[in-house]
Design a binder for this molecule. Structure first.
Ligand code: NAI
Length: 256
């Protein structure tokens, strides 16, 4: 009987948005579990930092600049991936952006940009990865959000994009299941990353007075607490789980 079902030795994992926050933690966690990582982002300095951390652990890592909202860049990244590794076992779609405004005053270009990165980016990377993942009977894990489960004032485009990611996750699970490819999404709550800290500042809220008070576990999450769930969903531990979402929010939405 196989004992370590979380072992990714010999597996190739592509993490988008790997330079910061949840994507960075996910790249590090997969590497710690033995994976060979393909780390992409638009932030070159961040990619270099995460690659250096992975190399310290003597794991293989390849980095590439890739804007997930540009199909030509996604195609180029996949070319690099196949040239370097020749295969793909897992795609973790972590790249994302957040910004907010009331719908009545929402800038159209900002709306399009958020949808383009969060939803189209997940679509474009998944589409590009499918031919490789069907060969390896691999897995996709998409980073949605608790904002993909409900609505939140001032986050119209973000909520719409994350609802879209959850819908896309379910469609991929149905379309790819016969090839042995699984697709799931995580729905993080408030996680301590640069995105959350920027968002909270802009909305003039303090995390302590608003989010932590409403969270049963009375704290915000650490990026590695999301990364560990992403690794689980991509692993053999989760071999019969597909088309679903897993919420990681310290109980914030338990009363929804
Ligand atoms: P972050 O800002 O720390 O990291 C996001 C990464 O995505 C950055 O490295 C950034 O350069 C990259 N990125 C942005 N646009 C990109 C593009 N067009 N192409 C490629 N890379 C791009 O943010 P965080 O918090 O780690 O966010 C990661 C994911 O988690 C996002 O999808 C976000 O919506 C989601 N999320 C975050 C939550 C939080 O509280 N931090 C809660 C729920 C979901």
């Amino acid at each position: 009987m196989e004992t370590n079902l979380l072992d990714f030795s010999g597996k190739v994992v592509w993490v988008t948005g790997a330079a910061s926050g949840i994507g960075r933690a996910t790249a590090l966690r997969f590497a710690a579990n033995g994976a060979q990582v393909f780390a992409t982002d638009v932030n070159e300095a961040g990619l270099e930092e995460v690659a250096a951390r992975i190399l310290e652990g003597r794991q293989r890592v390849v980095t590439a600049l890739c804007d997930v909202s540009e199909s030509a860049q996604v195609a180029h990244a996949v070319k690099t991936l196949t040239g370097e590794y020749g295969k793909l076992d897992v795609l973790a779609n972590c790249a994302g952006i957040a910004a907010g405004a009331p719908i009545a005053a929402h800038d159209e270009a900002l709306w399009s940009k958020i949808l383009r990165v969060n939803l189209d980016g997940t679509f474009l990377c998944s589409k590009a990865a499918v031919p490789l993942l069907t060969k390896s009977a691999g897995a996709i894990v998409n980073v949605a959000s608790i904002e993909g489960l409900g609505g939140e004032k001032l986050l119209g485009a973000y909520c719409a994009s994350k609802h879209g990611v959850i819908g896309l996750t379910k469609v991929l699970a149905k379309e790819l299941g016969a090839s042995g490819v699984r697709c799931n999404a995580v729905c993080p709550g408030a996680i301590n990353t640069p995105m959350l800290r920027q968002g909270a500042e802009k909305m003039n809220e303090t995390l302590e007075s608003v989010i932590v008070k409403k969270t049963p576990l009375r704290r915000i999450g650490d990026p590695d607490e999301v990364a560990r769930v992403i690794v689980f969903l991509a692993s053999k531990q989760a071999s019969f789980i597909t088309g679903t979402t897993l919420t990681i929010d310290g109980g914030l939405t338990a009363g929804y």
